[in-house]
Design a protein around this ligand. Structure first.
Ligand code: FDA
Length: 421
């Protein structure tokens, strides 16, 4: 019987992080195999950004990532930057545009990003095995032995790039955490993030607004996002809510400012200029950013303020304005992994080198991408983390192999990295 296929690197997971890492290591001359149980690679890339992939953000500041160690992501994000990935995208002639808040999307299709990654892998002679499930991983005599549905393979380096469990129907699993535990690495309790929040039955009034969206500022403790909130039949969604959901914990309240952007005292100003008008009219017609009618009706109903504004004392209107600026919701939960764009938590950064992504106590084992306890904001931050962590791991592996030799021929992708390091 033939022995296991031997490689320098086996990458588990052909998402953004795994493919990027494989390409870098392959182009540095390493024999690399990427294994994925899905029938095609990069499935989350293909559906991301409404099919146009929000592939990075112009400002991927480390403070826009959540992690038990907020400093961990700095090193990788600094070594392989958004500018580096943009240069790669441009080298492939992929047209892109900024949609909002520094979020960059392909003009045409997310498939262009997958094709780019596969082309980079091909340049590095990377073997990509899809529809290949992993039965077992063992570590003996300095090698990782991987038993797969397409036969056994072994390598002195193994990269965990199987992501997190969000959207299981796309083939997402918590396998990274199982493997981490097998190797004695701690896992920070994973939880759904960038996910719609659900409301209790007593907030039914707001659930009846399903489909209504409004500009808001949503706050959880000191964290705030000024974007749209969308009411759904289960609760709250929209970019502001998805963002805050990553910070929200069970039992916490969130506060929504429905008058965001308006100066303090706006209701009293309307009372002075149009004393006959009602609060409902003020919210839907008089104030510069008009609230949707159904939302305004629900808010006014809850506030119990009917009739002309001139019939209400200034103090009552000030109190109503204060409530409209910090409307408190106590979500009952989230819509879970089925609807979560990412998973927060994951393999503890305390176990990994931030410079190489290698496990501190398991030489040759690397963890990258969403499997790690690093979670970005909505808006291209998570793909940037996938690229950055993938590149630094790929380079570190190449470096460890080539340490002894004199010159490593720089590939175009590496030249980008070096120019910015
Ligand atoms: P990713 O999950 O992409 O890849 C993991 C791979 O491992 C998959 O191919 C999977 O099949 C494979 N795998 C899992 N378990 C396995 C097992 N047991 N055996 C073998 N293979 C296994 N981010 C962003 O920055 N901009 C955006 O526009 C979007 N949009 C977006 C939309 C939607 C609907 C979702 C769900 C997510 C996004 N994201 C996003 C988040 C982004 O997709 C995510 O953070 C990255 O894809 C993570 O990349 P990874 O390579 O780490 O994991």
């Amino acid at each position: 019987m033939a022995g296991p296929h031997t490689y320098d690197v086996i990458v588990l997971g052909a998402g953004g992080a795994g493919l990027m890492c494989a390409a870098v290591a392959g182009q540095a001359g390493l024999r690399v195999c990427v294994v994925d149980h899905a029938e095609k690679v990069g499935k989350k890339i293909l559906i991301s950004g409404g099919g146009r992939c929000n592939f990075t953000n112009l400002n991927p500041l480390p403070e826009r990532y959540l992690s038990a160690n907020p400093h961990f992501a700095k090193s990788a994000l600094g070594r392989y930057t958004a500018a580096d990935f943009i240069a790669l995208v441009e080298a492939y002639g992929i047209a892109w545009h900024e949609k909002t808040l520094g979020q960059l999307f392909c003009d045409q299709s997310a498939k262009q990003i997958v094709d780019l990654l596969l082309a980079e892998c091909a340049k590095g002679g990377v073997e990509v095995k899809t529809g290949c499930s992993i039965a077992d991983v063992a570590h003996r005599d300095g090698d990782f032995h991987v038993a797969t549905s397409q036969g056994p393979m072994m390598a002195p380096r193994l990269v965990i790039a199987t992501g997190g469990p969000s959207i299981p129907k796309m083939g997402a699993t918590g396998y990274a955490y199982d493997l981490a535990r097998q190797f004695g690495l701690k896992v920070v309790e994973p939880r759904p993030a960038l996910v719609p929040l659900t409301l209790r039955a007593d907030d039914a009034l707001f659930r009846e607004l399903s489909g209504v969206s409004a500009p808001t500022r949503v706050a959880h403790r000191k964290t705030q996002f000024e974007e749209a909130t969308l009411f759904t039949h289960k609760g709250l969604s929209g970019p502001a809510i998805l963002q805050i959901s990553s910070y929200w914990r069970h039992g916490d309240a969130i506060a929504i400012d429905f008058l965001t952007g308006l100066p303090q005292g706006s209701l009293l100003d309307v009372k002075r200029s149009a004393p006959q008008t009602s609060l409902l009219n003020a919210l839907t017609h008089h104030l510069p950013h008009h609230l949707p009618q159904r939302l305004a009706e629900a808010l006014v109903h809850r506030l119990g303020l009917s009739g002309p504004l001139q019939h209400h004392a200034d103090s009552r209107l000030q109190a109503a304005e204060a409530q409209l600026r910090a409307w408190s919701f106590s979500p009952s939960g989230t819509e879970g992994y089925a609807k979560a764009e990412v998973t927060a938590g994951g393999i503890s950064t305390a176990e990994l080198s931030s410079k190489t992504m290698e496990a501190k106590h398991v030489p040759g084992l690397y963890v990258i991408g969403e499997a790690v306890d690093v979670t970005g904001w909505l808006g291209g931050y998570n793909f940037q983390w996938a690229w950055s962590s993938g590149v630094v791991a790929g380079e570190a592996m190449a470096h460890s192999v080539h340490q002894a030799s004199t010159v490593v021929k720089a590939t175009p992708m590496q030249r980008n990295v070096q120019a910015n390091s």
